[in-house]
Design a protein around this ligand. Sequence first.
Ligand SMILES: NC(=O)c1ccc[n+]([C@@H]2O[C@H](COP(=O)([O-])OP(=O)(O)OC[C@H]3O[C@@H](n4cnc5c(N)ncnc54)[C@H](O)[C@@H]3O)[C@@H](O)[C@H]2O)c1
Length: 355
Amino acid sequence: MIATEKKKAGCAVIGYGGMGGWHTRHLLESDVGYLCGIWDIDPAKCELAKQNGIRAYASEAELLADPDISVVTIATPNDVHPEIAIRALRAGKNVISEKPVCLSVKELEEVIAVSKETGKLFTVHQNRRWDCDFLMMKEAYHCGKLGKIFEVESRIQGSRGVPGDWRGHKPHGGGMIYDWGVHLIDQMLQIIDDKKIKSVYCRCENITNKEVDDGFRLDIIFEDDVVGHVEVGTHHFIALPRFYMTGTEGAAIIEDWRDRTRCIRNLDRTEYEVKPVVTAAGMTKTMAPRAEDTMETFYIERPESDVHDYYRNFIAATRGECEQLVTHKQMLRVLRVMESAFESHRTGAAVPFCD
Ligand SMILES: NC(=O)c1ccc[n+]([C@@H]2O[C@H](COP(=O)([O-])OP(=O)(O)OC[C@H]3O[C@@H](n4cnc5c(N)ncnc54)[C@H](O)[C@@H]3O)[C@@H](O)[C@H]2O)c1
């Protein structure tokens, strides 16, 4: 039987801010879930939900006691994800937590233990696994035309600093590693999915915010000396390309996340005539552009992608029809990389990673 012929699953959202609003709108058009309502500690947000025609429960306890609800999505600030997840799991609900799932591996292990004990599913909303730029880079990594890939660079750079809300404060789990970082790290581990991590090196930035990182440069060093470079900046008035990948026989680039992927493949290493570039201090052949007839350009087109597949998968998993797509093992690995990144920044050294 296909999903649309089945009874939809009752869903509720805790936290009705920016992302809670996204989840409610998403569920209102979902073919696998229907929205039962929301809860937010801010009465103004509950009032807003009612104005939008959405039921606002009188308390978190009332929401968790509603037997129609099978899935609870947590879209609160980062620091309260685990405590709400544990209460929801114990109330017999399956739980989707917004990212970052928790602020430490220890917290995550506690929630996973409750998920196992209650037999209810628990996962994190890694919606950026449906981003076209990421999907194209995964394809480029595995396409076999670029030789041995030795570096993948993933960057997001803005110029407006850390948002002025809870994201600027440490106790709430603010900062860019917990914000954009968790998406880009998860994507990188999904792209370089055939190698173990050997070590992690990270430098955080505090250019516009002294309390939390407002940017970072992270190297995830995999076996065979493959490097996944992840960078987030919030004070960059010129942004570098979104993705860049280099291999022994070619390279791939996405300049802007709305672009397709441009790939260059080397056809002939032997260039018989290299035209040197003249610089003020002399000529260089080493760094001169390659002769065009030794290179081939090809494109990876943007794929079809439907982020509704995230809830489709999770709700099917709650019914025992498949495995949840974002697994506990993946969630723990991403969080371990993040913890190692913080440690590396603190110590100034690369942190060995036992994968
Ligand atoms: N996956 C994504 O693409 C994506 C994008 C943006 C935000 N997020 C994540 O979503 C979460 C929420 O971010 P946001 O931008 O919506 O923040 P926000 O500040 O806009 O909204 C948070 C809401 O949670 C409410 N809240 C706080 N504590 C609560 C509690 N204990 N119980 C109930 N409600 C509570 C607040 O009143 C507020 O309305 C964060 O974890 C963030 O990292 C994910």
